[in-house]
Ligand binder design. Structure first.
Ligand SMILES: [Zn+2]
Length: 307
């Protein structure tokens, strides 16, 4: 069924690989835009079936045992989205269409439903449908290395990139595409800070050069300060309890760096024109900066998609 409805004038689409990536990588940005009335659409490409399980009583849900983790994580993702104030979340091609591929080089990469094996145009086609429906002006996904090399993150990048190409032919491509990023200066500060701590996430690493991510500051396009949403992000992360143990260094960083660690997120701009910004590198403080917003959009929206 299709109805005609009115969408908010700011529409943000996020393409993530597994449940929990949205909260860890972009939770504050999502909560920020949801809170100011933007339409935030989260597309998650897999159920995260191959994740480790950090809740002992749920250990037998694992892929090698009952193989029920993916279904369980639908509930965790729902709770995370509720914490972020995001109501429009979907799985690419529907829940269970694509399976978590596991870490690079594992046999799980070859599973017939592994996202790593997905036909690019078919997978992108599911995303194009959503672009037709929601008409996002801004899309967020990962860089070509999937931020840190997980096959599903790399594939999410490829699928999202292909979808933009296909959507452009239909006139519904987002005007701006951002990739998640971490400025080198922020990593360097983290490295220095943690050198003395007992649960140092950077143990054994002497330089930012040894990390698989880290973007030179001048290449960063946007710094989204959503420190007012740091508690929402932390609550969303805690909703992914099977994945992020309560003792995780992520929470100790949050305790040490406070709202800034949780609440400030960075992006590079892959497609579109950078809007006005500030500071030495002209970082935007709004992902919609420079866009001529078209006012309430009256495109047809599938009723089921806006639950
Ligand atoms: Zn992931």
């Amino acid at each position: 069924m299709t109805i005609v409805t009115t969408l908010p004038d700011r529409r943000l689409l996020l393409v993530h690989a597994h449940p929990d990536d949205e909260s860890i990588g972009t939770g504050s940005t999502m909560a920020h835009y949801a809170a100011i009335g933007a339409h935030v659409t989260l597309v998650t490409c897999t159920l995260g079936e191959e994740g480790e399980i950090h809740v002992p009583e749920l250990a037998q849900l694992a892929a090698a045992a009952a193989d029920q983790l993916g279904g369980y994580r639908i509930g965790e993702l729902g709770a995370a989205c509720a914490a972020l104030g995001v109501t429009d979340h979907r799985f690419l091609g529907g829940a269970g269409r694509y399976r978590d591929s596991g870490m690079m080089g594992l046999a799980t990469n070859d599973h017939p439903r592994a996202f790593w094996q997905a036909d690019l145009d078919e997978a992108a086609g599911h995303l194009v449908e959503i672009m037709h429906e929601v008409r996002p002006q801004v899309m967020i996904t990962y860089d070509p290395d999937g931020f840190y090399g997980h096959p599903d993150h790399i594939q999410a990048h490829r699928v999202a990139t292909r979808a933009v190409e296909l959507a452009a032919a239909d006139g519904v491509a987002p005007a701006k595409v951002y990739w998640t990023a971490m400025p080198r200066s922020v990593l360097e500060a983290g490295l220095d800070h943690f050198v003395e701590t007992s649960d140092n996430p950077f143990a054994g690493i002497d330089s930012v050069d040894e990390l698989p991510f880290g973007t030179p500051d001048p290449e960063i396009a946007a710094r989204i300060d959503a420190t007012e949403q740091h508690a929402a992000k932390e609550a969303a992360m805690r909703a992914h309890a099977t994945q992020i143990p309560a003792t995780s260094w992520l929470y100790s960083i949050a305790g040490n760096f406070g709202a800034e660690f949780m609440g400030v997120e960075y992006f590079t701009l892959a497609v579109g024109e950078k809007g006005p910004g500030s500071g030495p590198y002209g970082w935007e403080d709004d992902l919609f900066a420079g866009l001529a917003l078209d006012g309430p959009d009256r495109s047809p929206v599938a009723a089921a998609g806006l639950r």
